[in-house]
Design a protein around this ligand. Sequence first.
Ligand code: BGC
Length: 719
Amino acid sequence: MKIHSLFILAAGLFSSVAHAQPQSEAAINTKIEQLVRQMTTAEKVAMIHATSSFTSGGVKRLGIPELVMSDGPHGVRVEHGRDWNPDRNVYDSGTYLPTGVCLAATWNPQLGYAFGSVLGSEAAFRGKDVILGPGINIIRTPLNGRNFEYQSEDPFLVSKMVVGYIKGVQDQGISACVKHYALNNQEILRTSIDVQLSERALREIYLPGFKAAVQEGKVNTLMGSYNKVRGQWATHNQYLMNEILKKEWGFKGAVISDWGAVHSTMQALWNGCDIEMGTDLSMLPNPNYGRFYLGDTVLKLVQNKIVPEYILDEKVRRILYVMMKTNMLGGQRKKGSYNTKEHQQTARKVAEEGIVLLKNENNLLPINKDGIKTIAVIGVNADRKQSLGGGSSQVKAFYEVTPLQGIYDLVGKDVQVTYAPGYEIRRGATADQLSINKAAEAASKADVAIVVGGWTHGYNYAVWSDNAYDAEDIDKPDMNLPFGQDALINAVLKANPNTIVVMMGGGPVDMSQWIGSARAVVQAWYPGMEGGNALAGVLFGTINPSGKLPMTFPKTLADVPAHKLGQYPGDSVKVYYTDDIYVGYRYYDTYGVEPQFAFGHGLSYTTFSYSNLTVTGNGKSATATFTVTNSGKAAGSEVAQVYVKQDKSLLPRPEKELKGFQKVFLKPGESKKITVVLNSEAFQYYNDAQNKWVMEPGSFHVLVGSSSRDIRLTGKVTL
Ligand code: BGC
C-alpha cells in the first residue's frame, strides 16, 4: 500500500497547482527555460543519471521530482525498491497482459491501444512516470530469448501495433519507452556484440517500428540497447541517436540508456544519451551513482569547460519536456486504477484474439463439450504459471488462470478431466518413459487429449536465465522442443488420434517429428493472466480464433535466413547481418523455401472468401478495395492482408512485402467492403547506392490474402 498512498499524496500536491491542459509547445518550452535558468550545474548533472534501481534524479529545491520508471512491456513490474531488493508488503501484484508477441498476433491495433491503456493506468496507480515498453526489436531468429516480449519479423506490422500501444500508455499521463534501439536482435552476447549491416536493411527492416513510435506514436522516451552498431555502442551512437533519431525524425523526448549500457562519458554526452540508468551491483548496499559515467565527472568536465554546458542543458531540457508532457511539474495527473475487471477483460480479449489456430484437420476443433465425457490434459505448461518468468518483464500477477484451470472452468462437472505432466522442467531433462507412459495411458482412456507444452521461461525465477528458453540474457540453444516433448507428443498421438497440440512460448519449435500426425495444433504464446480462459474458449469454440502469425514458423532452424545467409550469433566481436533485408517471409517467399506455417497464417472456425479487387493508382499512391465475405457457418474475424510486389526494380526487392491489413468481424453470410490506402511509402524501397528512399516508376502487383502464402486476389497498378 505504501506506494499507492504516497502517490495519492503526490497527486494531491500537484492538483493544488493545477492549470489548463494540454499546454502548448510554446508554454512548455517557456517553463522549461525558466527552470533550466534557475538550476546549478550540479543540479543539472543530478538529473542525467540514476539515483536508484528505477529512478533518475530530480531537483527538490525547484519542485522537480525524480523520474520513476518501471518495467515492463506486459505489466507493471514487481517493486524492486531503490536497491533491487524486492519490497515487502506492497500491493504490487497487478494485471498480467499477454506478452508482446501475442499482442502482435491479434493484428488489431485497437487492442494495442487498449493494452497500452491498461499499462498506463496501472503504472499511474503505482506511482510510476515511465513504463519501460514496448519492446519492438525485429524477430530475426527464432532463438532470441526475448522474442516473446517483441512483436514481429515484419516492420509494417510492428509499426501499426506500436503506435496504439504508445498512445494507450501516454493517454493515461504516463510516458512509454520504446526499446531497445537498435539492433538488439539476440540476447546472447548482447552486451558485447557489434552489429554490422547494410544501410538498406537498417532502414527497411530494423528502424521503421522506432520511426513510427517517434513520429506517429509521439513516444516520450526511448531506450538505447546494449549492443554496438557499426563499431559504436548503440546507447551513445552518433548516427542512431543524433543523426537519425533526433535530427531526422525530430524526437523531442529523452533517451534512456539500457541498464548499464553506457560505456563512455564523452560519447554519452555528445552522442545523444540523456539519462544513464543501471545499477553497479558491486556498489550495493551503498550505491554511489555519482560514480556513473554521467555522474560527478560531468560536473568537472563542464566546470572546467571541457564540455560546453549547452550539451548538459539539452539533456535536462529533454527530461523536463517528458515531465511537462506528463504533468509531473504541475497540472492534474490521472490516478490510474489497478486490477479492475476491465483490465482483466483487456488481457482476456488480447489472448482470445492473439491465440493462433495453426492446423485443424477434419475440424477436430472446436471440441464439442456435450459430445465428450473425458479429457486428458497433458504437459507441464498446462499447469504452470508463467508471469514471473523471463527477466525484466516479469510481472507479479494478481492471478493467473492456467490452461488446465481454464479447461476445468469451461467444461464444468459434466466432463471428467485428468492431468498428467508427461515431462519435467529440469536442466538437461530428456524423455522420461515413465511419465510418457502415464500420459499416453491417460490419453488412451480419454475421448480427447490436449497436450500443452512448448517453451517456458525457465524453472528458476530467482535466476531467470538459469536454463531458461524464453528469457532475457539468453537465447535458445536450438529450435527443438526441450525435455523430451517430441517423444511425449508422439506417444500421446499414437494413444489417441483425437489429440490437440497446444504450444506455448515466444515462437516456433521444430515440429517435424509429429506435425504429420497431429490433426490440430494451436499456438498460445504466453497469453497472460486470463490465458487459460482464452485458450479454453478457443479449444471449445466459445471463441472463434482470429490470431495470425506475426512471424514465420520455419520447418527447421537450418531454414532460417539469419542462420543460412547471415551470421548468428556472430564471432563474439561482430555479427554480420548478411541476410540483409531477407528477414522472415521476405526470405522464405523470395528464395522459395517452404515454411511450416507462413507469416500471417491463422485458421478460423469459419471460412472467408475474397472478391472484387480494384486497385486505383493516383500518381505515387494507390487505393485497394475488395470484399471479404464470411462464407461459413460461424461468426468470426478475418485479417485481410495486402502485400505489394514491384515488377522490376533497379535493386532486387523481396517477393512481396506487407503494406496494409485490416481485421474485420463478419457474421455468417455477411460481406464487407474493405479499403486499404497504399501511400507512396508502400511502394518505395531504400536505395543504398543513393542513400535515400526511392520510388521507381513502373508496375506493382497488389496481392490480397489471408496469409503471406494464401493470396486470394491479385491486382496491378502502374505508378
Ligand atoms: C533490460 C531492459 C529493462 C531494464 C530494466 C535491462 O536488463 O534489457 O529491457 O527495461 O533492464 O529492468
